[in-house]
Design a protein around this ligand. Structure first.
Ligand code: 5GP
Length: 207
């Protein structure tokens, strides 16, 4: 007998360079019940980033048009660029019974708490600010000025940890991925994620 369980949003936030993209990739590899929400952004592609895969890269004009069309479930400005989540994508995946995992910053995560859509919010924290700086420098994708700006934003973002449901410290990638998978599994088993399990159990016609 299979019970109806309602899918939910899995919101991952972390300071830029906190390792959440790697964790997210590993989580997606481990589960076929989870889809990734590809965000819209006005940021320029970095390195090998492709539109439709890493982000939907759009102009500021198109982004603002999408805001007026109410296309976004949430959106925010981060380090001079806009980032937003397509509401139609989220709705259609949830309707298919899939969880949707999102990599978004703290202002967007706060907007989602105000909607009716079920979610779990996980904050990924690197072991220290020093490690964060090293990771940003080593990935060689941002200028020194951009790195300083992202570290300044990180200090603010970390103050928002109390608004999250779970905190995962990313000092060991495998452990961090296991922790996120364990959180998802526990959340799937929450009583309020089920439809009417008691009725479904008692109405089993085979007995
Ligand atoms: P990056 O430029 O490093 O790819 O992303 C910068 C920040 O924007 C990260 O904290 C990332 O989580 C966040 N971000 C990416 N997509 C979205 C989105 O759709 N909405 C919001 N609010 N933040 C996003």
């Amino acid at each position: 007998m299979t019970y109806q369980r309602n899918p939910f949003l899995i919101i991952l936030s972390a300071p830029s360079g906190g390792g959440k993209s790697t964790i997210l990739r590993e989580v997606l590899n481990k589960s076929d019940k989870i889809e990734y929400s590809v965000s819209y952004t006005t940021r320029k592609p970095r390195g090998t980033e492709e539109t439709g895969v890493h982000y939907n890269f759009v102009t500021e004009e198109e982004f603002k048009q999408r805001i007026s069309n109410c296309d976004f479930l949430e959106y925010a400005q981060f380090s001079d660029n806009y980032y937003g989540t397509s509401i139609s994508y989220i709705r259609s995946r949830l309707m298919e019974g899939k969880h949707v995992i999102m990599d978004i910053e703290v202002q967007g995560a706060a907007q989602i708490s105000l909607t009716e859509i079920p979610y779990v919010k996980i904050f990924i924290l690197p072991p220290s600010l020093e490690v964060l700086r090293e990771r940003l420098v080593n990935r060689q994708t941002d200028t020194a000025e951009e790195i300083d700006k992202r570290l300044m934003i990180a200090r603010y973002e970390i103050t928002q940890i109390p608004c999250y449901d779970y905190l995962v410290i990313n000092d060991d990638l495998d452990k961090a991925v296991d922790d996120v998978m364990a959180i998802i599994s526990a959340e799937e088993n929450r009583v309020d994620r089920y439809g009417q399990p008691q009725q479904e159990f008692l109405q089993d016609k085979d007995l």
